[in-house]
Design a binder for this molecule. Structure first.
Ligand code: ATP
Length: 948
């Protein structure tokens, strides 16, 4: 065999019997591979990873950077400016010391730099997103050395025995060893949307098509239902998906709404500036002609236009936005919220309704059984955590369980109708699998009923798996061995003896008590089954309500003797005429931090809605405890919801804060109804059938720990700790990001407007000459605006960020006064610099341009400091709370002074040395900007208006 090839039969796994396939791969269905063998195979076959392809190539990303209309305009400006310089040079009209093509080179450098910066950032963003996606991919369950383990997908090797369950995205190709009700959606591979029924027992002709290989499973496809044990046959690039690597979806790097709006803004700015240029040039020429001077001022007008065109482009903005979003994602991940789709960063802040699952998100998902109810008696169970130690009590007194056969019978059902594994890990008892089921194994263990032991006494031969729709599960066990086996002399056998009757099989069912009881016709009393009376039903349901209203999660148990193993898919008919065993109530304590988070949401204008598969009373008890349900709030059950039309649901949706006993498809209707009411909805989900609701929600949130791969794939964000409080923290970050983005947009664009007006004013005022060269404008836009803008991006949250309602996600970025602020400040900016320009031109004709340049730059320093808060005055803010702003202002001011005072820089940037008094005048004028903004804040405060 060559380094990474498989046996000859590799291509025809579907035509082999299971045993043959196991032989070929030298594996064992019950024990899997050994640790040493896995190491060898990892070396031989390499990690189970796909070499990603698809997506944009590096060249495409680079070229995309230059399709931006603003950059194209800059290139145009560079070329025209180069043409003028060439002409001047040829005419011998260059001034002494003047460097030709300076502006052209500078502009082109900026264009290229911008392109490279954009390229680096985009490719890093793509890589970062890809890495994040990997982080959110879940573990694979395998059998190794006879033990059940969870390992990373990339560590899977051919020969591994992999266990699949609903919601799993399959990590490698494999041959089914056994399966139960297995349905797999293979659309990722075959495009076929309907899930395929897979069967381990089949052997198929070699020429069978990929889509018809019903005894194989393929990497990247999804388990919709059921469970299976699979022998891994191919990994990494050898899998079917690996072979069609091009089919791999490109990493999601769609532009965020903000980035899209910025592109639109670019178009508006470019068009606007071209119109302005036309007016200035046209008007200037008309004026010149009317004075009989013809084209004498044409060159000056062209230079003015070029400067204006450069001034209009906020060159620093795209980089600042990208950096801000990237920093936002990083801050969120530190808080355990992993962003999968970039737009979520900026839209999270707009969420006004959070629909959250109960179990695990609002609660701890650490279940401890506290009560039992069987044969008309309620028992208390003591003990904490998953340790199988504790007492059973009746009326406060400890009881010997073996004297209560009905309890033993119930506990056998708990142990057998169960897929979880209780293990000891470094002294702690831990659960592999569903905590609800874990609590039941622990419970049985407290009475000495060991799951493993009972699994061998009552081997499982079939099952009807759990789903959130069915809200129940059943297992079918073979009983002959117990009946005939000599080892069946345990203390609980009398309990079992009652079940056996004369049948060969026994089905145990557990699930939602109402639904399970509805399927029962008999009740188990002591060791016998008797018809269940209406009164008994009432009693059981009343006890169920009593347990539920204490916040317990209650499960009902039943059994049914069967003459034969029922066929797959016959659940509806088989799960009838059951014998009722009893109720088990378990506590799942609320997460302690959630109460404060719900309160924070309320203050922030965000409504929390609980959506749960659990009983309405359990849901209400927990929701009340957490402050989610308030007086007047309604509880709606899945059944009631089912009966409602979409319109009715829409009318009620604002009043309901708890949805109980819902199925995943109801979630979709709830989101849609909320959205029709104009709500911006974040929705959590974990199951495979939650995916449509997660996609529909404005922010779909998957659970990092308990979530299925399918739900993660459909989500915008993954909660690494499954915790509701994390959603709230991420929402807060979203608000901070959005506020900061608005802040630096105001800051940057206000300055651009000021620059353009100042430049346009010069020829109109007949000053002769352009106050700012393109090079100086680039300097301002990139350095003196860019650095403080970056610092503003990390501005800490304002204290009231979660004390105000969210803003509409559909609002324009210029809404709530941002547009008018920009224009107003731009005009003030221009007025200050135009007055200064006039004064300087009249009194300091040698340095007037440098004075304008310096004043514009310094004015922005004051602006940066003042704009940190919309409402607080500078003196009210802690200057040290954002040291970056302070630092960037100091650095930028020093750089600006260097441009004015260091001779080589003077030459290059075309500045003149300013005298102390000239510099003082510049500082005086520029500080007017700061004074103005502070006066505005006072004015708005006085008028009682808040600006945000
Ligand atoms: P949430 O949506 O808040 O996470 P949930 O976890 O209670 O709610 P499901 O897991 O869909 O929702 O469970 C719905 C109901 O199904 C439960 O109330 C319980 O009655 C029943 N149930 C839950 N887990 C099992 C299980 N492993 N076996 C049988 N029935 C179960």
């Amino acid at each position: 065999m060559s380094a990474n090839s498989l046996p000859e039969a590799a291509a025809v796994w579907h035509s082999l019997e299971v045993d043959k396939a196991l032989d070929l791969l030298d594996s064992n269905a019950d024990r899997g591979l050994t640790t040493e063998e896995i190491q060898l195979r990892l070396q031989k076959y390499g990690p189970n990873e796909l070499v990603e392809s698809g997506g944009r190539s590096a060249w495409e990303i680079l070229l995309d950077q230059f399709t931006n209309i603003m950059l194209l305009m800059l290139i145009g400006v560079a070329l025209i400016s180069g043409g003028i310089d060439l002409w001047t040079w040829q005419q011998g009209q260059l001034k002494p010391g003047e460097v030709p093509f300076k502006d052209t080179i500078a502009i082109l450098s900026i264009v290229i730099l911008n392109g490279i910066l954009g390229y680096v950032q985009e490719s890093r963003a793509e890589k970062a997103l890809a890495a994040l996606k990997k982080l959110s991919s879940s573990l694979v369950r395998v059998l190794r050395d006879g033990k059940l383990l969870e390992v990373a997908a990339k560590e899977i090797v051919p020969g591994d025995v992999m266990l699949l369950e609903a919601g799993v995205q399959i990590a490698a190709d494999g041959r089914l060893i056994e399966q139960s009700n297995l349905q797999i959606r293979e659309s990722a591979l075959t495009g076929e949307a309907v899930a395929a029924n897979k069967q381990a027992k089949l052997t198929l002709p070699e020429e069978t098509d990929l889509g018809d290989r019903l005894n194989l499973v393929f990497q990247g496809t999804e388990v919709v239902q059921g469970r299976a044990k699979v022998l891994v046959t191919n990994t990494g690039m050898q899998t079917e998906l690996g072979k069609i690597a091009a089919m791999l979806q490109a990493v999601d790097s769609e532009p965020t709404p903000l980035q899209q709006r910025m592109t639109q803004l670019g178009n508006v700015l470019v068009t606007g500036s071209l119109i302005l240029v036309a007016i200035v040039v046209g008007g200037g020429l008309l004026y010149s002609f009317s004075q009989g001077k013809g084209f004498s001022n044409f060159r000056e007008l062209v230079e003015v236009s070029l400067s204006m065109a450069v001034a209009v482009v906020p060159e620093g903005l795209p980089a600042v936005i990208t950096v801000t979003l990237a920093l936002g994602t990083q801050r969120m991940v530190r808080q355990h919220a992993l962003i999968r789709k970039l737009p979520a960063v900026e839209t999270l802040g707009s969420v006004n309704t959070i629909c959250s699952d109960k179990t695990g998100t609002l609660t701890q998902n650490k279940m401890v059984v506290q009560s039992l109810y069987t044969n008309n008696s309620a028992f208390r169970v003591t003990g904490e955590g998953y340790a199988p130690t504790g007492d059973f009590q009746l009326d406060g007194t400890k009881i010997p369980v073996d004297e209560y056969p009905e309890i033993s019978a119930l506990l056998v059902a708990c142990a057998v109708c169960n897929d979880s594994v209780l293990q000891q890990d470094k002294g702690d008892w831990v659960i592999l699998g569903d905590p609800t089921e874990g609590a039941l194994v622990t419970l049985a263990g407290k009475a000495g009923i060991e799951k493993d032991q009972w699994n061998s006494k009552l081997p499982r031969v079939g099952e009807f798996p759990f789903s959130s729709e069915r809200k129940r599960m059943s297992v079918i066990c073979q009983v002959e061995e117990v009946a005939t086996g000599e080892a069946s002399v345990t203390s609980v056998d009398p309990a079992i003896a009652g079940f056996l009757q004369s049948e060969n099989y026994l089905m145990f069912t557990k699930g939602s008590p109402e639904l399970t009881l509805a399927r029962c016709t008999q009740i188990h009393l002591g060791t016998l089954a008797a018809p269940v009376s209406d009164e008994q039903r009432q009693q059981i349901l009343a006890e169920n309500d009593r347990m539920a209203s204490k916040g317990l999660r209650v499960l009902g148990f039943a059994y049914k003797p069967l003459p034969e193993n029922p066929p797959e898919g016959s659940d509806e008919t088989t799960e009838q005429n059951l014998v009722w065993l009893g109720l088990v109530g378990m506590l799942d304590a609320p997460r302690p931090e959630v109460r404060a988070a719900v309160q924070e949401c309320r203050e922030a204008g965000i409504r929390t809605v609980m959506i749960t598969g659990d009983h309405q009373l359990t849901a209400r008890a927990i929701a009340t405890d957490l402050g989610i349900a308030q007086e007047g709030d309604r509880v709606l059950t899945g059944q009631e919801l089912q009966r409602m039309s979409d319109e009715e649901l829409e009318q009620n949706v604002d009043l309901v804060s708890i949805y109980a006993r819902v199925a995943p498809e109801h979630k979709l209707r709830i989101v849609q109804a909320l959205q029709r009411r104009g709500r911006f909805v974040a929705m959590t989900g974990d199951g495979v059938n939650d995916a449509p609701a997660l996609k529909q929600a404005d922010i779909g949130i998957a659970m990092g720990i308990t979530g299925t791969d399918v739900s993660k794939e459909a989500s915008d964000m993954v909660l690494l700790d499954d915790n509701f409080a994390t959603i709230v923290a991420a929402t807060k970050e979203g608000r901070v990001v959005y506020t900061n983005i608005r802040r630096f947009i105001k800051y940057i664009l206000g300055s651009n407007i000021g620059e353009i007006l100042t430049i346009a004013a010069a020829p109109i005022m007949g000053l002769g000459g352009v106050p700012l060269t393109p090079l100086q404008i680039l300097w301002m836009n990139l350095v003196t605006d860019g650095l403080p803008a970056l610092a503003l991006a990390v501005e800490p949250p304002e204290p009231d960020v979660m004390k105000r309602p969210p803003f509409s996600p559909r609002e324009s970025i210029f809404a709530r006064g941002l547009g008018s602020y920009m224009v107003r400040i731009g005009i003030i900016f221009a007025i200050i610099s135009i007055i200064l320009m006039k004064v300087a031109y009249d009194y300091y004709p040698g340095t007037w341009k440098t004075m304008v340049f310096t004043t514009l730059c310094l004015a922005q320093m004051g602006h940066a400091i003042a704009i940190r808060s919309n409402n607080q005055l500078i003196i009210e803010m802690n200057p040290l709370s954002n040291l970056f702003v302070l630092g960037s202002v100091v650095v930028t001011t020093i750089l600006q002074l260097m441009l004015v005072y260091v001779p080589p820089l003077q030459n290059f940037f075309g500045t003149q040395k300013l005298s102390l008094s000239e510099l003082g005048i510049c500082i005086g004028f520029s500080s007017l900007m700061l004074v103005w903004i502070e006066m505005e804040k006072l004015f708005f405060r006085f008028m009682g208006k808040r600006t945000v």
